[in-house]
Ligand binder design. Structure first.
Ligand code: ADP
Length: 579
């Protein structure tokens, strides 16, 4: 296209140039050559007219019309003899019998001059022969008694000038064709690099910075090519850097657990993965409205408030069972109506807060019973019951029981507080049979009191990497529970075996078992299957929670299997130590 445009322009320039050269040439041809030729004709005619006029004066012919006709025929002139009154006496182009009808010639300019005794000439269209003619008239005699006029048609002059015009026109045409061919070739040659530059620029617009550029030559276009090449290298570098920045930003945003979205008016213009995930969206959120992605009035209100009041707005909403904190920050200028929305999943935080609240309530509740009992008994004793030896003994026994319970509770609560407050076990190699023996010997009296058979199956030489007191407490709590929740006369077995890099410690009883629905929550603080029974047996409801904390902190795992009516198995994995 650009080639054609350049070609058209070149041709237009050539045409104007040609016109500028040829038109004056044609005009000058007309003026100079035409007038020169006419002057030649005039000079010839004048010479002949003067010679013939003097001959006519010297020897007038007998028959004037014949003389004129003869002369005219011989020389190609029109020969006219005019009387001083203007009547035509003879004319080589008019037969003698028609001479009377010829118009009077006295007023012809050349005749007027000749009658005044001078040579006269004139160029005009002849009324008689209908052609452009040159007339030259001379006086015959002095004073003139007639006028001799010779006339020649100027056809030849016009023909010669016409031929010169034709030559100019033909050479102009030739020059035009040459200009056309040369112009096409030149414009094609010149526009080649321009077309290449245009194509490369178009490719750059499409994002392609590698399409080939022609070799630059040592001219202005070459400079343009070099400048363009530098420009596109810089542009490519900057675009690459920008896209890298964009990718980094995207990676950071997508790596965040908080949902982040950019909102323009009410349309989401950008959103990270967490945003779509937290709102449970299918597909992308980008390009959709807030109302489309979530029917959350609190979200729409917060965004609207941030855009309108230019302040940060926050609220909390429930989305698919999760607690989501919504923060909306205004962005840009007021008229931009832009905001950044940040969604934070507060489900776990809220759960922990609830657990803490429940824990405080449960702990207070657990403490209140023994404290109330102790206060009550102490008041009764103070009111006089202490004087009665029988009552005193039973009251003291109640005091003792509740004090022990209080002491167990505070000990367990302190343990829990210690374990939840950043407990770091000081692990060592602990031989398992030593731990099991120590626990068994401390709990055997209690087992025997309930005729429960405590059996131990331990392979020789098994050791764990753990904190020794922790290992003892884990085992004590599990065996104590097994004895507590097993009917008299049954059995409790403690066994251990290596499992990969772990040692599996199993405390198994043949007791009442635990219904399946309680198993998932069994290790929570104060969680009991049967509250009354646990309290009656002196349980605090914290034993298994402490066990779980200790096992996890010592790098282990714990799980429970149970069948109601058949018994329970607590399986503890602890890291194995080589002996
Ligand atoms: P508690 O002091 O009440 O025993 P734990 O945290 O030690 O508290 O145990 C939580 C609950 O798990 C107990 O109240 C009991 O209902 C149940 N439980 C624990 N061990 C056993 C077991 N071996 N057999 C049956 N139930 C058990």
């Amino acid at each position: 296209m650009s080639g054609l445009r350049i070609q058209r322009r070149l041709l237009a320039v050539f045409l104007v140039l040609l016109a500028c050269v040829l038109l004056p040439t044609a005009l000058l041809l007309d003026v100079w050559v035409g007038s020169d030729l006419r002057e030649v004709v005039r000079a010839d005619l004048t010479r002949d007219t003067v010679a013939l006029a003097s001959e006519l004066d010297r020897a007038p012919p007998a028959n004037l019309p014949d003389w004129a006709a003869h002369l005219g025929f011989a020389n190609g002139y029109r020969v006219t003899v005019i009387a001083p009154g203007g009547e035509v006496l003879a004319d080589s182009d008019v037969r003698s019998e028609e001479l009377g009808r010829v118009e009077n010639h006295r007023e012809r300019p050349e005749v007027i001059s000749a009658l005044a005794g001078q040579l006269g000439s004139n160029v005009r269209r002849s009324a008689t022969v209908g052609k452009q003619m040159m007339y030259v008239a001379a006086p015959v005699g002095s004073p003139p008694h007639a006028v001799l006029r010779l006339a020649l048609p100027l056809d030849q002059v016009a023909k010669t000038v016409g031929k010169a015009h034709a030559a100019v026109f033909v050479s102009g045409l030739f020059a035009f064709v040459l200009a056309y061919l040369l112009g096409s070739a030149l414009s094609r040659w010149w526009s080649r690099p321009v077309i290449a530059v245009t194509q490369a620029t178009r490719a750059m617009i499409q994002g392609d910075f590698t399409s080939p550029l022609p070799e630059p030559e040592d001219d202005e276009l070459g400079d343009l090519l070099i400048a363009l090449d530098t420009l596109r290298k810089q542009l490519a570098g900057q675009i690459e850097a920008l896209s890298q920045e964009g990718l980094k930003l995207r990676a950071v945003l997508d790596g965040m657990t908080e949902g982040v979205a950019l909102v323009q008016s009410h349309t989401i213009t950008a959103a990270n993965l967490a945003f779509t995930k937290l709102l449970g969206l299918e597909g992308t959120a980008e390009g959709r409205t807030l109302l489309e992605v979530a029917r959350l009035p609190s979200l729409a209100d917060a965004v609207e408030q941030a855009m309108r009041d230019r302040t940060e707005a926050s609220s909390e909403a429930q989305v698919g069972g999760r607690s989501i904190m919504i923060h909306a920050h205004p962005l840009g200028v007021v008229s931009a109506r832009q905001a950044v929305v940040v969604l934070i999943d507060m489900t776990e935080t809220r759960r922990l807060e609830r657990l803490r609240r429940d824990f405080v309530a449960n702990a207070s509740h657990e403490l209140r019973t023994p404290v109330a009992a102790i206060v009550g008994v102490a008041e009764t004793l103070a009111a006089g019951a202490a004087d009665d030896p029988v009552a005193r003994a039973s009251f003291v026994e109640i005091l003792l029981r509740h004090s022990e319970r209080l002491s167990r509770l505070t000990a367990d609560l302190l343990d829990i507080a210690r374990l939840e407050g950043g407990y770091r076990p000081r692990t060592e190699k602990v031989p398992l049979n030593a731990v099991v023996e120590a626990v068994a010997s401390s709990l055997r009296p209690r087992a025997e009191a309930r005729q429960i058979q405590l059996t131990i199956h331990l392979p020789e030489q098994l050791a764990v990497t753990a904190e020794r007191p922790a290992a003892e407490q884990i085992l004590t709590n599990l065996v104590d529970n097994a004895i507590k929740y097993t009917a008299e006369g049954r059995s409790v077995t403690v066994s251990a075996r290596p499992r990969g890099t772990f040692v599996e410690l199993v405390v198994e009883d043949t007791g009442q078992g635990i219904p399946a629905e309680h198993l998932p929550r069994l290790f929570e603080r104060f969680y009991r299957v049967d509250n009354a029974r646990s309290r009656e047996l002196g349980g605090t409801g914290l034993g298994l929670a402490i066990v779980k904390h200790l096992v996890l902190a010592n790098g282990g795992e714990i799980r429970v299997e149970s069948t109601v009516g058949q018994g329970s198995r607590f399986l503890v994995l602890l890291p194995r130590a080589s002996l």
